[in-house]
Design a protein. Sequence first.
Length: 254
Amino acid sequence: MNPFDLAGKVALVTGASSGLGAHMARTLARAGAKVAIAARRVDRLEALAAEIAAQDGRALPVALDVTDPHSVARAVEAAETELGALAICVNNAGIARKERIGDLDDPAWRETLATNLDGANLVARAALNAMRKHAHGGSLVNVASILGLRPSPRVPAYSAAKAALVSLTQSLALAEGPNGIRVNAIAPGYVETDLNSAFLRSPTGARMVERVALGRFGRPEDLDGALLLLASDAGRYITGTTLVVDGGHTLSFL
Ligand code: NAI
C-alpha cells in the first residue's frame, strides 16, 4: 500500500483561494483526499473546485474568514456535513503587510497577528476539536515560514507571528499526541505568489536569490513532498516538527 495515499480522507485547507493554499488543495485532491477549500473569495474557490472536479477530484468551496470564530466554526461544520469526518487540516491562510520597523502600534502589527497567529489558533482549535471527537487521529499542518526561524527586520510582525506559530505547533503536538493527532509545520522559503511577487522581482529579491543554496526561489510544487509526508500515514511517527523547505536559504543570511 502507498503510505502517501489519502483516498477517502477529508481535508480542510484555509487560504485556498490563491497561491500555496490553492496548490496544496490540488495536491491533496490528487492524492485522493476530499478537500474543503476555504477562504473569503468564494468565486475563486468555485473555479478551483471546478478545476479539481474536472480531474476527477472532489473539492467543496467554503466561505471562511479565519479572524472570525463563528466563520471558522461554520467552515469546519460545513466540511464535515458535506464531506465527512475531518482527518487533515492545513492551516495556510496568512498575510504579509508592509510594516513600519519598530512601530508596534502600527495597524499592520495587529492585522498580521490577528490573521497569521490568532486565526491559525482558531482554525487549529476547531479542527482539533472535530478530530478528537471522531477519535480516528488526524494531522494538522501549520504553514509557518523561514521568517519564523530567522527573523527579518523588514517584517517584524510577520516574523513574530510565524515564530509563535512554530511554538504553537510544538505545544499542540504535545497536547494532541495522546489522541493520535499529529501537529507539524512547514516553513517554506520564498515561493513566488501574490503575497510576495513584487518583492521577489525587486532588486532586493534579485540579491536575495543568490543566497539560496539551490540557486532559485521556490515553486508551489516544491512543497508537495513535505505536505504529503506530514498529511499522510507516511509521516505517522512525525509530530511537533517544523519542516524547512527553502532550497537551503536559511543556511545563509536572509
Ligand atoms: P497568498 O496571498 O497567495 O495566499 C494567502 C491566502 O490566505 C489567500 O487565499 C488569502 O485570501 C487567504 N487569507 C488571508 N487572510 C485570510 C482570512 N482572514 N481568512 C481566510 N483566508 C485568508 O499567499 P501565499 O504565498 O500563498 O501564502 C500562503 C501561506 O504561506 C501564508 O501563511 C504565508 O505566510 C505562507 N508562506 C508563504 C511564503 C511564500 O514565499 N509565498 C513563504 C513562507 C510562508
